[in-house]
Design a protein around this ligand. Structure first.
Ligand code: PGA
Length: 252
């Protein structure tokens, strides 16, 4: 089953107008240099979506946001709706990132509600899951990830509107990564749970990204495993050269 590799950059809360624009232009220029067969996504903070959208015009890099509300509009001070993201030119929205789950108490139920709303609006979602260090050390990784998949992914999700990102919490921004065997094991287990939830056809087509301290030097071993369909890149996506070197090393 051929699944198109995705290389997605999660800029998190980084970037002001000038440096964000510079980064987007550099990524666009680097992507143009070579014929590539992967899908590139950049997810800047809300404040830069308009600027980056303009900067990426004419390229094949698509835009994503890092969160959304589950309502279309209304009295939710400080929140952004899926329709607003669509209006800004977003194709994707990241949901359930561990930093949102930790900093904002987001639950699987809330993530699923947001995902349903995003799909209804016409956005595609990148739904994040992953275990903490304590959960890994107590052997709960597969159970935790399975439960997150079952709770966070809507029942009618498809391989067209949904991408999964497995990001062990302890690997995010730490420079630590699981072994390739561990990554393979979790991705295979996640695909099994997706098959149970959405049917084998959708599960076989759905992309499962790995995220957590991906850099050019480990991209090849982590992103070319059988059930790994690309990467969600944090820190290394803030340097155009590193972001593209990751794509190169992932084989696209
Ligand atoms: P990192 O972040 O690449 O900086 O570890 C990944 C993520 O949180 O999406």
């Amino acid at each position: 089953m051929a699944r198109k590799i995705m290389i997605a950059g999660n800029w998190k809360m980084n970037g002001l107008s000038a440096d964000g624009l510079e980064l987007a232009k550099a990524i666009k220029a680097e992507v143009k240099l070579k014929k590539r067969n992967c899908e590139f996504v950049v997810c800047p903070p809300f404040t830069l979506l308009g600027t980056i959208k303009k900067a990426l015009k004419g390229s094949r890099i698509v835009l994503g946001a890092q969160d959304c509300h589950f309502d279309e509009k209304g009295a939710h001070t400080g929140d952004i709706s899926p329709l607003m993201l669509l209006d800004m030119g977003c194709t994707y929205v990241i949901l359930g990132h561990s930093e949102r789950r930790t900093d904002h108490g987001e639950t699987d139920e809330l993530v699923s509600k947001k995902a349903k709303a995003a799909h209804k609006a016409g956005l595609k979602t990148i739904i994040c899951i992953g275990e903490t260090l304590a959960q890994r050390e107590s052997g709960e990784t597969i159970d935790v990830c399975s439960k997150q998949i079952l709770g966070s992914v809507p029942d009618d999700a498809t391989a067209v509107d949904t991408v999964i990102a497995y990001e062990p919490v302890w690997a995010i921004g730490t420079g630590k990564t699981p072994t390739t065997q561990d990554v393979e094991e979790v991705h295979a287990a996640v695909r099994k749970v997706l098959a149970k939830k959405l049917g084998r056809a959708q599960a076989n087509k759905m992309r499962i990204l790995y995220g957590g301290s991906v850099k050019p030097s480990n991209a090849k071993e982590l992103l070319s495993l059988p059930d790994v369909d690309g990467g969600l890149i944090g820190g290394a996506s803030l340097k155009a050269g590193d972001f593209l070197a990751i794509a190169d090393n992932a084989g696209c």
